[in-house]
Write a protein that binds this ligand. Sequence first.
Ligand code: GMT
Length: 383
Amino acid sequence: AGARPLRIGISCYPSSGGSGVVATELGHQLAARGHQVHFISHDVPFRLDLTRPGIHFHPVEVPSYPLFTYPPYDLALATQMAAVAEEWQLDLLHVHYAIPHATAAYLARAMLRPGRPLWVVTTLHGTDITLLGTHPSFQRIVEFSINRSDAVTVVSRYLRDATLAAFRVERPLEVIPNFVDPAVFHPPARRDDPALRRGLAEPGERILLHISNFRPAKDAPAVIAVFARVCRQVPARLLLVGHGPDVDRCAHMARQLGIADRVRFLGEHTDVARLLAAADLFLLPSRQEAFGLAALEAMACGVPVIAARTGGLPEVVEHGRTGYLVPAGDVEGMARCALDLLRDPARHAAFARAAVEVAHGRFAAEAIVPRYEALYRRLLGGG
Ligand code: GMT
């Protein structure tokens, strides 16, 4: 109490994706708590609301030049980080995703005049460790950037263990799970409200939803395979939200299975809460998932989740209480679980209630954001 507001720089990937969403929501929450928040990136993060008080955005520009086969974004980012830190007297940079953000923050701090402190907090999200970090081209720079951060957080216990297994980590890794804002992600007053479903499904049809970037790790084709089994038994629609490499494959599968008229590709959406309010089940069959923010957002809206038992998903979805966890690739098992819930309204309602309770309790912004604040204060206080 009485502590001064902090001046915080945040860098993240601004395109749709969990790490950018977490960074953005954290910025919103910190600004609402009176801190000054400066986003530094090449584009405005896709969910960022620049009209909110306390939120600033500083673009990073990379001039084009004939010699640049690969435009050096990292250097322009580091330069902008240092400039913003000096001009706005930032206390710290909180970067999301090890490369290039933690590396750029290390450089930015080194560029400041001696004695000008700038703390660097790095949050690891998953793919920076599990996919990119272990590539021989990046392993050493990721390890270096982690070890030169002043504090490092990971979004799940799974990711902490994966990071410790992949690198020689010299810093404590603090697990701070992702969070949701219950004011945005909450169940509708009535899920069967026809107005919510209008245009998405016919009356009496159940809605299954999948949201991802359709990269191979998400195993989106399994969603189609599961849905094909479900819609043979109950009238249903599948809504697919997001863009990515496997979208065409999914569309092709849906045509081949004769269910194309029941599957809708909605592209990218910023207002996923509206779609979640209309959904009955959320499918996330990922083969890799450090946390699964999309599953948490579904739970917060009262949508039970059928997910693969991979990565950090068991830390989010409780098997038999807020959803079901099935081995990755087991489409029969996922379809069985989906049908169990769709055919048993009382169980579905109990799962929906438990999902909201967990998401709005343990994973509420109010429970998690103070942990980041405490970490910042510890650094600044030298503790
Ligand atoms: O899942 C992706 O491919 C996107 C990726 C990202 O970096 O934006 O998501 C990662 O971070 C999210 C936020 O912490 C987590 O919820 C996702 O589980 C994680 N993805 C993977 O580990 C594959």
